[in-house]
Design a protein around this ligand. Structure first.
Ligand SMILES: Cc1cc2nc3c(=O)[nH]c(=O)nc-3n(C[C@H](O)[C@H](O)[C@H](O)COP(=O)(O)OP(=O)(O)OC[C@H]3O[C@@H](n4cnc5c(N)ncnc54)[C@H](O)[C@@H]3O)c2cc1C
Length: 453
C-alpha cells in the first residue's frame, strides 16, 4: 500500500482531568459517573450524538435479570438498578422481573430514547465533562503509561491529558493503540442491524419466524434466527433484531461499511416479505433504523486474568470479584443459522432457525446443587503493560462461551462501574491501576450501591 506522511503539528490540550473515559455507552457513562461521584474530575468522549451505545444508538432495549438463576437473590444493583428506577418514573420501562420463571431472561424492556435523556442527566448531575460527536483517534505513549489521548470533532484535533484512562470503546481502540495484545474469537459473534417497525400488531396470527424460514430466500435472506419485542408505551411499534451479517469484523472499516448497508438491506427484505405474505402487510412501516449496526463482538484485549468458560459455567467465586451475572451462555452462530444456549443448571438449548423446534440436551451431568451466578474479577479490567489504563465492556478478556454470557449489558455496566471506582482509588495512590487493592474497589462499589458478593 502506498503511504504519505501527515505533517506534524502542535495539538491544543483541551482538557486536563483525573479520569478520561473513551466511549459513552452505559459502560462508559457508568464508569465516568462512579468516578465523578467519588470526587474525581472526569471527561467522557463519545463519537455518536448521544450516550448509550448499543442500548440507544443500536436500539437494543433489553436488560436482563438482576437476580441469580433461581430468582432468589438479587446479585446486581448499582447504576443499572438506579437507571431502571429512573426510567420507571418516566413510564419508560417494562419490568417483567417479578413474573419471570427460572431460565427466562428478558427482564426489562427500555424506551431507549428516554434512556438517552436519563444518561444526559446522570452525566450533568455528576458534573462529568461530556464530549459528543467526538472521536478518539490516537494516543501519546510514555514508557508504561498513556500521556495523552487525541480526539477529533467539529473544532478539529485536540488532546486530553488525564491521570487514568478507561477504554470503553467496545473495540478496545485505546488498548490496541497502547500496544496491548488484541485477539479475536474463532467464532466471532455476528452483528445485527435493529429496527423499530409500526403495525406488527395488525398482522393477526402471522408467524414471522416461520414465514422468514419459508420465504426468506426469495428476499435474499439466509436461514437465520432473530428476536423481536415490545417497547414501553407503544403497543403498535415493536423492536426487531431479525437477521445477522455473517463473517465480518466490524472493527475493520470496510467490513463495518459493508455491514451497515447489508444490515439495512436485510431490514427492508424482512419488511418486503411481510408486505407480500401477511394479511394487512402493507400497513406496516419503518419507524427507526439503528444509528449504527449493533456490534456483538470484535477484539478482546489481554488482561491480567482471562475469564475461562468454566468460570462462568461452574460459577467460580473470585476474591477480587467486581461483577456478578446470571445471563446464560448465548452463542450466536457465526457461520450457520441459530444460537446455542447453555445454562448453569447443565441444560443446553439449540435454536436452529426461525420457526424450527428447539433442541434440548445436557452439556453436563445433573447435580443436586447448581451454581446460580458467575463473577468477573478486577484483574480482567487491568493489563500487565500499561499502568494507567483500565478496560471495560465487550473487549473483556474471555474465552468464547464465557464471553457469550458476560457480554450482556447488566454485566458490562458493572465492569464500567468498577473501572470508574478503581480509577478513583488509583488516584489516591501511585496512579498505577495494577497496584489497586481490589478490596478497596469492592468496598467503594458497595458503598455506592453495587451488590458485592
Ligand atoms: C443486536 C444486538 C442485540 C443484543 N441483545 C442484547 C440484549 O438483549 N441484552 C443485553 O444486555 N445485551 C445485548 N447485546 C449485547 C450488548 O448490547 C453489548 O455487549 C454491550 O452493549 C456492549 O457494551 P459496550 O459498552 O462494551 O459496547 P458498545 O455498546 O458498543 O459501546 C461502545 C461505545 O463506544 C463508542 N465508541 C467506539 N469507538 C469510539 C471512538 N473511537 N471514539 C469515541 N467513541 C467511540 C461507541 O459509539 C459506543 O457508544 C446485544 C448486542 C447486539 C449487537
Amino acid at each position: 500500500m502506498d503511504t504519505i506522511m501527515e505533517p506534524a503539528k502542535s495539538i491544543p490540550v483541551i482538557e486536563e482531568a483525573d479520569v478520561c473515559v473513551l466511549g459513552g455507552s452505559c459502560t462508559g457513562v457508568f464508569a465516568a459517573v462512579r468516578a465523578a461521584r467519588l470526587g474525581a474530575k472526569v471527561v467522557i468522549v463519545e463519537r455518536q450524538n448521544s450516550f448509550g451505545g448499543v442500548a440507544t444508538s443500536g436500539l437494543v432495549n433489553v436488560w436482563h435479570s438482576l437476580y441469580d438463576n433461581e430468582k432468589r437473590q438479587q446479585i446486581i444493583a448499582g447504576l443499572s438498578y438506579e437507571m431502571i428506577e429512573r426510567l420507571k418514573k418516566r413510564d419508560a420501562i417494562i419490568d417483567v422481573e417479578a413474573t419471570l420463571g427460572v431460565n427466562d431472561c428478558n427482564a426489562y424492556r427500555l424506551n431507549t430514547e428516554e434512556l438517552k435523556i436519563e444518561l444526559d442527566n446522570l452525566i450533568l448531575e455528576a458534573k462529568v465533562k461530556p464530549y459528543l460527536h467526538t472521536h478518539y483517534v490516537g494516543a501519546k505513549m510514555g514508557q508504561d503509561a498513556i500521556e495523552a489521548v487525541f480526539i477529533h470533532n467539529k473544532s478539529g484535533r485536540g488532546a486530553i491529558k488525564a491521570k487514568v484512562y478507561i477504554d470503553a470503546t467496545g473495540d478496545g481502540d485505546l488498548c490496541r493503540d497502547a500496544g496491548l495484545h488484541a485477539y479475536t474469537a474463532e467464532n466471532m459473534q455476528p452483528p445485527t442491524a435493529c429496527a423499530k417497525i409500526y403495525g406488527m400488531n395488525l398482522l393477526g396470527d402471522f408467524n414471522l419466524p416461520f414465514m422468514l424460514q419459508k420465504h426468506g430466500e426469495e428476499f435474499g435472506l439466509q436461514k437465520d434466527w432473530g428476536w423481536r419485542g415490545k417497547i414501553p408505551g407503544m403497543p403498535e411499534v415493536s423492536m426487531h433484531a431479525e437477521t445477522h451479517v455473517f463473517d465480518v469484523n466490524c472493527a475493520v472499516a470496510d467490513m463495518l461499511t459493508y455491514s451497515e448497508m447489508e444490515g439495512r438491506r436485510q431490514i427492508r427484505a424482512v419488511m418486503d416479505l411481510i408486505r407480500k405474505y401477511a394479511p394487512n402487510g402493507k400497513k406496516i412501516s419503518l419507524v427507526n433504523l439503528c444509528s449504527y449496526i449493533g456490534i456483538r463482538e470484535t477484539y478482546h484485549i489481554e488482561s491480567m486474568y482471562k475469564l475461562k468458560n468454566k468460570d462462568v459455567l461452574y460459577g467460580t467465586r473470585f476474591q477480587d470479584a467486581i461483577a456478578n451475572g446470571s445471563y446464560r451462555v448465548d452463542i450466536h452462530h457465526s457461520n450457520e443459522p441459530g444460537i446455542t444456549l447453555r445454562y448453569l443448571n447443565g441444560v443446553e438449548e439449540v435454536v436452529r432457525g426461525n420457526g424450527m423446534p428447539h433442541e434440548f440436551r445436557r452439556w453436563r451431568e445433573e447435580t443436586e446443587v447448581n451454581p446460580t451466578y458467575y463473577q468477573i474479577p478486577y484483574r480482567s479490567l487491568v493489563s500487565q503493560k500499561v499502568k494507567n489504563l483500565l478496560m471495560a465492556g465487550r473487549m473483556l478478556d474471555a474465552e468464547e462461551e464465557a464471553y457469550s454470557a458476560v457480554r450482556v449489558m447488566v454485566n458490562t455496566n458493572q465492569t464500567g462501574e468498577a473501572a470508574g471506582v478503581a480509577a478513583y482509588v488509583s488516584l489516591a495512590q501511585d496512579g498505577d491501576v495494577r497496584n489497586v487493592n481490589a478490596n478497596d474497589v469492592r468496598k467503594l462499589l458497595k458503598e455506592g450501591g453495587s451488590i458485592i458478593l
